[in-house]
Design a protein around this ligand. Structure first.
Ligand code: FCB
Length: 490
């Protein structure tokens, strides 16, 4: 009897494997990735570049409110002008530069409060027309549009109803996603449903802390007192993305792709004593998302921590399963740097963990310059998560004093070196079988770096924020050369 049960389980496993495989194969035949060359792109996000906060009937977002009313990035620092990218006269010049550099894709976000000014209900067709024109302009330049539905600018009315703390946010977002697919299905194939669930929550916590004058510093890992709020938000945002992916599939867009962009941080324990701490941090920032998407469950160690510390999680028993079944067709990875983890019992306030810097290491604004960790991360996706299709949706860096404009030139050698080394690491992982199909530098232009303001430049195109004058940096030219070399890569 026992034997029979074992056999049936085995058969079931085999047939499940086969059916999962045939679904993948079926997807592959109609997939964009299967049928097109590698995407060589750059990325940006609506609030960081567009300006025009009230143009064409746009509603206000949480960021408009935080920046203008509460000045969370400092006096007069806001996205009211940014790099003027909503203006067609301006962005056409930028698209011309993209074309000259040889970009084959461009990742940008559309603004939810432009499309549905009050978050739910009436759709603003002027905004839809604007983005349809933008997409057509990209395509006319031979550039594939990679459209992010949500890069952190939430309609203020919804934010005021609790935003992502409110489980209803799943429905609000699903309705918005339907509007987007309805209006762009004929033009856009590749969708990034949402951007960096984790960092958005971190930023929201920081903005709130600035507004309440507590001024807690930004932290990638939510502090213990914020962990319940963070995990609940992550769950809502993942469910919202899952719902959007299911809706996406009902449209049957030829060669359509829908994924989410998550930031991944390989963890490095400084010593053997810190290994468990690194594992725990990995659970919060990486496995929480990857396990839900690829295994349909949340990581047991984090759930146990939550239970032990009596965190008030509002996570339904079937939530992670629903996320696992959403059918996201690829994973968008935003990679900047690893996290260096040290068990430090002298710091009980932060899980008994600190994050030291590495000696003899080049540091960018977003952390250690470690291309080897990008390769490690990609191999992990191959080995632990079933080798899904991947697009690098963001990778890039900003360094102190690397962006000095002199005689009409910006020789950002450190950024150029960072980009080149990370592309090499990615290509090496690809040669070892990782299914990576695209790479996007963050960012095409210098822009508004959220609460850090305009001082932190990440662009390959320098922007004079007073005159809107653009200067193509050395990194852009080098990237252009790399693209030329690998243009027909599959
Ligand atoms: C990422 C964000 C992006 C930009 C880069 C530097 O976390 O997705 O908007 O701020 O960092």
């Amino acid at each position: 009897m026992k034997k029979i049960i074992v056999c049936t389980t085995l058969l079931l496993t085999i047939s499940l494997r086969l059916s999962a495989q045939s679904t993948t194969n079926q997807m592959n035949q109609t997939s964009y990735f299967k049928n097109n060359a590698f995407l060589w792109g750059a990325a940006s996000a609506s609030y960081q570049v567009e300006g025009a906060p009230t143009a064409d009937g746009k509603g206000q977002s949480n960021w408009d409110e935080w920046m203008n009313r509460y000045q969370v990035a400092g006096k007069g620092v806001n996205g009211n002008v940014a790099i003027n990218f909503y203006d067609r006269t301006q962005y056409l010049k930028d698209i011309k530069l993209f074309k000259e550099l040889g970009l084959t894709s461009y990742r940008f976000s559309i603004s939810w409060p432009r499309i549905i000014p009050t978050g739910t209900g009436k759709v603003n067709t002027v905004a839809i027309d604007h983005y349809r024109t933008f997409v057509k302009d990209l395509k006319a330049a031979g550039i594939e549009p990679v459209m992010t539905l949500y890069h952190w600018d939430m309609p203020l009315e919804l934010y005021n109803k609790g935003g992502w703390d409110n489980r209803q946010s799943i429905e609000w977002f699903a309705d918005y996603a339907r509007v987007v697919f309805d209006n762009f299905k004929d033009l856009v194939k590749i969708y990034v449903i949402s951007n960096e669930i984790l960092i958005e929550t971190d930023m929201t916590l920081q903005a709130k802390s600035i507004i309440s004058k507590e001024n807690a510093p930004f932290s990638v890992i939510p502090a213990p007192e914020n962990l319940a709020t963070a995990l609940n938000q992550f769950n809502h945002k993942l469910l919202a993305a899952a719902r959007a992916a299911k809706i996406f599939h009902t449209y049957g867009i030829p060669q359509g792709e829908a994924g989410i962009a998550i930031p991944l941080f390989p963890t490095i324990a400084v010593d053997a004593h810190s290994a468990k701490a690194a594992e725990f941090i990995d659970g919060i920032v990486n496995r929480w998302f990857l396990d839900a998407i690829y295994k349909g469950s949340y990581p047991q160690d984090i759930l146990e921590y939550a239970a032990e510390h009596r965190l008030h999680l509002k996570i339904g028993a079937a939530d992670a399963k629903e996320i696992g079944e959403a059918g996201l067709t690829y994973l968008g990875i935003n990679y900047y740097a690893p996290l260096i983890v040290q068990k430090n019992d002298a710091q009980p306030g932060f899980y008994g963990i600190t994050f030291p810097t590495l000696p003899n290491t080049d540091y960018a604004y977003n952390g250690a310059n470690r291309p080897d960790q990008l390769k490690r991360l990609l191999l992990r996706m191959r080995d632990e998560y079933g080798n899904p299709a991947i697009i690098i949706t963001e990778n890039g860096a900003g360094f102190e004093n690397d962006d000095l404009l002199s005689n009409g030139q910006v020789n950002d050698a450190r950024r150029a070196g960072y980009i080149k080394a990370h592309i090499e690491a990615m290509l090496s992982a690809k040669r070892e079988g990782v299914n990576v199909f695209g790479y996007h530098v963050w960012s095409s232009h210098d822009n508004l770096e959220w609460i850090a303001g305009y001082g932190r430049r990440f662009g390959m195109i320098y922007v004079d924020f007073d005159t809107q004058q653009r200067t193509v940096k050395a990194s852009a030219k080098e990237y252009g050369e790399i693209i030329k070399q690998f243009k027909s890569l599959k």
